[in-house]
Design a protein around this ligand. Structure first.
Ligand code: UD1
Ligand code: MG
Length: 439
């Protein structure tokens, strides 16, 4: 059994934003939601978020009914913060409690499992790291290799400041011991705060074992206090996603130039060129090629299809195999069957497009009359000439051809040519106007 407390009460002044710090997104998802997902992967008995600044906004943004929330107001330090969570935790039998931070978004479950493992039921376990530049962090003080206490940078003497083993802040403590220690914390220190870190000396005084574990990667325990740090962790997270995709066999033209803000599922031999953004849940079939500068959101792309450059697939775009979507083509809430092509400058919205359809350059489905949206149906083997408007609701029958420049307001019968433009005329003897002389 395990309880998890996530500290998220800090204001985040240095973000210079009206948005509470823990709601700032990494890969399109609030930092706190990343931490929650990782916490849930540990299958805890209870998760309690300690909130303060922007409280209601944080609660509604996360919308998780199973979470417990503890308000910390005012914020008197990390020890005081965890104390607020205690009444919300599963207490019978007292389970070890893991402390996480809403602004440390990239911590991984594998690292946490190691920490939980060394803690067992009866030890205090600290996640520590060795840094070349430990400035600003709490230092791990050891005597004969045994942890004796943590000293904060601002309370440390020169010898302590020279210690390079730092406290990441993440720890696991036995539940009953935590309930005993936290009310005893004092705030006589340089910052006048109730330090969670003071429980280490309390554990040592009781003869409890204090053990340590370390993260696999340094970025796992890095926190966000500024937009610069947010951007740094975003890049690290995107790099990790790119690595995972490449391990799965996806070819990326440049792993530094892809952004995945959601879930990207790829078949075999998928190629993704530079500067593509994927949002929501995107599925790319075997052999799909995504050319540069595409934005793809909540869409399914069938095998062997070619998208882009400069294409936009919006939610509900479902493409079958060997579909070509070219430059400046937008597809929304539409299905496109196999071997169909829309290669240039088109909008396909709320449409059902059959197989082997050719959508000419500049084709627009006029799906919206200003109040309601209507569907366009384009049956198999249709050829749509350039610069055509399909005013929905409208159906283009199987095998039909629409002449260039057609504005289709009624259904087009199958297999026929439908054109809606005035007959072309030429005026013999017509002269261009010439500029008149003044005066
Ligand atoms: C803390 C640790 C330090 C560690 C460092 C790692 C303490 C006393 N010190 O220092 O040993 O090296 O983290 O980054 O714990 N928070 C609340 N309520 C509060 C105070 C803080 O929710 O009253 C939250 C903050 O939002 C933040 C986290 O706790 O997410 C850490 O607080 P912060 O003040 O940044 O801790 P540090 O001083 O950096
Ligand atoms: Mg502080």
């Amino acid at each position: 059994m395990l309880n998890v407390v996530i500290l998220a009460a800090g204001q985040g002044k240095r973000m210079r934003s009206d948005l509470p710090k823990v709601l700032h997104p990494i890969a399109g998802k609030p930092m706190l939601a990343h931490v929650l997902d990782t916490a849930r992967a540990l299958v805890p008995a209870q998760v309690c978020v300690v909130y303060g600044h922007g409280g209601e906004q944080v609660r509604t943004a996360l919308l998780a009914p199973e979470l417990a929330w503890a308000l910390q107001e005012p914020q008197l330090g990390t020890g005081h913060a965890v104390l607020q969570a205690l009444p919300h935790l599963d207490a019978v039998p007292p389970a070890p409690t893991l402390v996480l931070y809403g602004d440390v978004p990239l911590i991984r479950a594998t690292t946490l499992r190691r920490l939980i493992e060394v803690a067992g039921d009866d030890k205090l376990a600290l996640l520590t790291a060795h840094l070349d530049n430990p400035h600003g962090y709490g230092r791990i003080v050891r005597i004969d290799g045994q942890v004796t206490r943590i000293v904060e940078e601002k309370d440390a003497d020169d010898a302590e400041r020279a210690i390079r083993e730092i406290n990441t802040g993440i720890l696991v403590a036995p539940g009953a011991a935590l309930a005993r220690w936290l009310p005893q914390l004092g705030n006589r220190n340089a910052q006048g705060e109730y330090y969670l870190t003071d429980i280490v000396a309390m554990a040592v005084a009781e003869g409890m074992d204090v053990v340590t574990a370390h993260p696999d990667a340094h970025w796992e325990t890095e926190g966000v206090n500024s937009k610069t740090q947010l951007a740094m962790l975003e890049r690290i997270h995107q790099r990790n996603i790119a690595e995972t995709l490449m391990e799965q066999g996806v070819t990326l033209a440049d792993p530094a130039r892809i952004d995945v803000r959601g879930e990207l599922l790829c078949g075999r031999d998928v190629f993704i060129d530079v500067n593509c953004v994927f949002e929501g849940r995107v599925v790319l079939g075997d052999g799909v090629r995504i050319n540069p500068n595409c934005v793809i959101q909540d869409a399914v792309v069938g095998p062997q299809s070619i998208i882009g450059p400069f294409a936009r697939l919006r939610p509900g775009a479902t493409l079958a195999e060997d579909v070509h979507i070219g430059n400046f083509v937008e597809v929304k809430n539409s299905t496109i069957a196999a071997h169909s092509k829309a290669n240039h400058l088109a909008y396909i919205g709320d449409a059902t497009v059959g197989s082997r359809v050719n959508v000419g350059a500049g084709t627009i489905t006029c799906n919206y009359d200003g109040a309601n949206k209507f569907r366009t149906v384009i049956e198999d083997d249709v050829f749509i000439g350039s610069d055509t408007q399909l005013v929905a609701p409208v159906t283009v029958g199987k095998g039909a051809t629409l002449g260039a420049g057609t504005t289709l307001t009624r259904d087009a019968p199958p297999d026929q040519l439908t054109v809606s433009r005035p007959k072309q005329i030429s005026i013999a003897g017509w002269k261009r106007p010439v500029k008149q002389k003044k005066g």
